[in-house]
Design a protein around this ligand. Sequence first.
Ligand code: GLN
Length: 304
Amino acid sequence: MQYQDILNTIQLELISKKHTGKVATYIPELAKIDPKKLGIHLYCINSGHYYFGDSNERFSIQSISKVFALTLAMSLYSDELFKRVDVEPSGDPFNSLIQLEYENGIPRNPFINAGALVISDMLISKLANPKKQFLEFIHKLTGEQSIGINPAVFNSEKAYSHRNAALLNLMKSFGNIKNDIQTVLDFYIYQCAIEMSCEELAKAFMIYANGGKKLSTNDQILNPQKIKRINAIMQTCGFYDEAGEFSFRVGLPGKSGVGGGITAIHPGQYAVTVWSPILNPKGNSELGMFALERLTTLTGYSIF
Ligand code: GLN
């Protein structure tokens, strides 16, 4: 079967699929999204791109931004980065505080909130204008200069960021946050409020499927060894306390966000993004996971 036929089959299955989840409400602005939004976009390394539904509409990328932040940080730091954030799955919810207390303020991995906040802190230490340079990095990966943040989502998360502030305070008490807490929180919330479409995310994620090279220009964005490591962290930690389930059902490295997006890659083959804002109890897109499970089942290929 061709990719477009497979996507058409998945689209039909999704229309009749029952679901039990709900859109995210803990960031009030995210609760306003139409739960029926649904789109998918798949970019292949050598045979074009395929899509359906709302695949060109921008949505809040939220925690998918953690992959871009880690990539930028790994381009600026050597292995010393991993002294401040570990690479182990947490098995706990994305915003959990619990492991920090007995692990001396070193987060389990860069894709839970605690770890992403440390990465934000590290970016702030190295970049003269972190917000601008972070956006420029995304513009470079996609070739889309118009990508920016949704100010309403940014303000909404800022007003309800007590838990992320708690994570920062706890880590600061262990000496693992170097900059001002409000500055780090502000930058982290900014990166989460970026809006991109499925198409733009799939295009940006091609570097992880293509050994660190941007497909359209062949620019080496990050070296293959570092890309291999980021893919490994996506595989083991991309879905918080559901990373095992995602590996079990889908079998690709990927990353989710509470905006309902999931981006996954098949090294050497493709990058794919699916968007459906209805989240399961672990904070991952319920229909998104189903769509990607069907993709690797119908193509007959996963990384396993
Ligand atoms: N900005 C969100 C938060 O920190 C991101 C969470 C997510 O997408 N899992 O709560």
